[in-house]
Design a protein around this ligand. Structure first.
Ligand code: SF4
Length: 389
């Protein structure tokens, strides 16, 4: 059992790290939950033992020979012997059964503008109750959320929060959307499915921010309860995914195609990292793929990298690079291309592709003006792609 002093010291160590990435443990309900856990069982025994003991049975896996389990949740398809954890650190083989170690263990909860995710064509100007756990199946050297994505669940001692408590917290704050974000939400798929299906009954919508590495079966279930997905497409080269992310490109492209065929709203983000994926060839390849596979109406965001994680020596992405990427996208016919993480830039704004008027004006993550009425341009009346009500 840790003392209150030790716990508060660990929280104090945690807060600046989270604040520095925009992740904030300031949601009062979460803080209450954390503090409430001081007197509870969550701190008895070793944190990892306790977590495993309480972890619910996972989905999307099958039994394999010799007591092993084969995970099907993501493209890694980890084959785990008894006692082993997956690469995401979020699932473990416990006595021949796959358990989710992150179900009900949110470590980041905050109400953000939906533009921060970023979604620019899904309920612009809305608040999003944003929630994340720990864990990710990727190993991107330039990760902007590594404090949680590359952590293990026992690194953050939080008590179990059932899906119903999350939905009630959202409902009581009158927030219209839950965003599954911060770390990689696919690792808490079971939790996401339970929250989103319960939220949907109360008219609350769900949006996910993902690397797109999930398997097709899990994604199909997600698409039944999600309303919007933003996929990070980090490049369109296998060698880039392998060298910079320790992953493969193909599963990500498969995910994007699958979402595009569903009823779920889709947006794509490309984090442009100097020297890694900022060449004309890389950006042109990405624009060509988006235009060729998805057509002109999927919003495409080129966002600025800030030096972090294993890439502190790289500079932030120059604004000119993002402007060049946006121009390349638009010259190929992509109607909604954006510059991201550059507050006040005109590339944050939405322009009607038909009459060219500025129809949504943003600064930072906030909508200052909107001239979209019933999903149509307020000037020329033509339809604007997206979900506006
Ligand atoms: S979700 Fe985790 S355990 Fe499952 S295959 Fe992916 S990395 Fe492995």
């Amino acid at each position: 059992m840790i003392s209150r002093r030790e716990f508060m010291q660990s929280l104090a160590r945690l807060a600046p790290a989270l604040g520095g990435t925009g992740l904030v443990l300031s949601e009062p309900a979460l803080l209450r939950a954390l503090l409430g856990a001081l007197g509870g069982a969550a701190f008895a025994g070793s944190p990892a033992d306790e977590l495993i003991r309480q972890a619910p049975r996972a989905r999307f896996w099958s039994a394999a020979a010799g007591g092993r389990v084969q995970c099907r949740l993501c493209a890694r398809e980890c084959l785990l012997a008894d006692g082993q954890r997956g690469l995401c650190r979020s699932r473990a083989n416990v006595g021949g059964e796959m358990r989710s170690l992150v179900y009900g263990r949110p470590v980041s909860v905050h109400v953000d503008p939906i533009e921060k995710k970023p979604f620019y064509h899904f309920l612009p100007g809305s608040r999003a109750y944003s929630i994340g756990t720990t864990g990710c199946p990727l190993r991107c050297k330039f990760c902007q959320n590594w404090q949680t994505s590359q952590a293990s669940p026992e690194d953050y001692r939080v008590r179990f929060t059932p899906p119903g408590d999350v939905v009630e917290s959202v409902r009581s704050r009158k927030v219209p959307v839950i965003a599954y974000t911060y770390n990689e939400p696919l690792v808490f798929t079971e939790y996401l499915l339970d929250i989103a299906s319960s939220a949907r009954l109360g008219g609350i919508r769900s949006a996910m921010v993902t690397c797109g590495y999930m398997g097709p079966a899990a994604l199909a279930e997600m698409c039944r309860v999600l309303d919007a997905v933003k996929v990070d497409l980090k490049g369109t080269s296998e060698s880039f995914y392998r060298d910079a992310c320790g992953a493969e490109l193909k599963p990500v492209l498969r995910t994007i195609r699958q979402i595009a065929k569903s009823r779920v709203h889709l947006e794509i983000v490309n984090l442009v990292v100097p020297t890694l994926n900022d060449s004309d060839r890389m950006i042109a390849g990405l624009c060509d793929w988006v235009m060729g596979e998805l057509g002109p109406d999927i919003p495409l965001h080129f966002t600025r990298f800030r030096p972090d994680y294993q890439m502190p020596h790289l500079p932030p992405t120059p604004t000119a690079t993002l402007e060049r990427a946006r121009s390349m996208a638009m010259s190929r016919g992509i109607r909604y291309a954006y510059v991201g993480n550059v507050p006040g830039h005109h590339g944050n704004n939405t322009f009607c592709p038909w009459c060219r008027k500025e129809i949504i004006v943003r600064t930072q993550f906030f909508v200052l003006e909107s001239n979209v009425n019933n999903g149509r341009c307020g000037y020329c009346g033509k339809k604007i792609a997206g979900v506006f009500a």
